[in-house]
Design a protein around this ligand. Sequence first.
Ligand code: SF4
Length: 460
Amino acid sequence: MFDPSFKISNEPQSHCSISLPEPYRFDDTEFWRAIPAWRDVDSEAFGEFRWQQRNSITSLPRISQVLGEIANPSLLSDIKAGLLRARMNIRLTPYVFSRINWEFPEYDPLRRQFLPLGSEYKPEHPLANDDSLDEEGSKVRPHLVHRYPDKALFLPITLCPVYCSFCTRSRVVGGSTAVKSKSTYGAKPSDWEESFDYIRNHPQIEDVVISGGDALLLRAKHIRLIGKTLLDIPSIRRIRFATKGVAIMPMKFTSDGEWMDALAEVATYGKRLMKEVALHTHFNCDREISAWTTRAMSALCEIGLIVRNQSVLIAGVNDNFSVLHQTFKGLSSQRIQPYYLYQHDMIPGCEHLRTTVHLAKSLSMKLQGSMTGFNTPRVVCDAPGGGGKREISSHLLYDREIGVSAWSSPAAKPGKTFLYYDPIHLLEKEGKTIWNNPTEIKSRVASIKSKALDRASAFV
Ligand code: SF4
């Protein structure tokens, strides 16, 4: 069990649990009291995961209610218009909701990730795809994706404690919306056995990602069952639980003793078998880091879990060097290893959030050498159509005028090529004009495909 009275302070180590140098002493104020409905909530209540779950924001009327006198009617009607087009429902923990700067919500990087505005939307890219990574094409069991030779993706649940506008699995995660019907599912252990059997029968699989949805919503007994079952499979060397929890409900790690005990048991079991048990989390910008992050990470360090971070490059959230650098330095200071920075997937409803490959490349160049190597994330494009993660500069060719890059994937799909398309609204005038001419764009893309295939053959 973990000590809920944990304090972060500038005092010497003997007087406190953790002492951090100045740049890494993150916000430890009672920031949530700026939200009228939570003015009287003390840090003990706010730090309870059950309170966070009970008070999560799941509707527009609830937003208006908690904001009370600071609610801006024109913003609320803009959110209402956004929700009519959104593929993800509203769900924010009070922690995330109160990290938003409600004085200037239009520009806030957290608001932008969870509460889309009608005024932000851009016309859909003609090649946006519900299942842009073709996960369904690599599904070997209803809850299991097997694309890379030695790795599998296990999806035991499609529910999350927050819903992100840019979710790459918006086709299944988080319940139906006005524009998208979904077959969301909760955790049901009897449905998992066929996935475990598949992994047992495919000894080339060494690595399993437990994702969804979010592993944070798995019960303690599910964490134990999944963790131990997978670790008991002789070929498995590594497992990782994927959860946004550290970023959006850090209180889970300090106040849900039963759940943490289960995670600790799995971590210890892994250590005994000399197998890796890790947790992969998901911060996108430095505003998501606070003293609550430090508390959560202290608890996770205590049980010896490796924690890595995967970010998505999102326009208006982290599409500049300074935010990325501060985010990755901040995460590293908390023993969260920045692992990937993803080019935004080509899913519908996200044109306002995507950026160009050119921008991702230039950010990658600036990040390299700006911090220690093992804390510098790999900037990757998850190649549409199932090519897997490709280094951002490893494209076979890139026609910047029409914003089309071509990739190959010799390990996952030898002999095939994959195309990524920049958002049309970010192209120069000439590129936009070409996209308005169906014959011309067809022939330009066909020529890129054929040149890319030629080049790809060199890597087979
Ligand atoms: S937490 Fe992850 S799976 Fe859940 S909505 Fe966000 S991006 Fe999607």
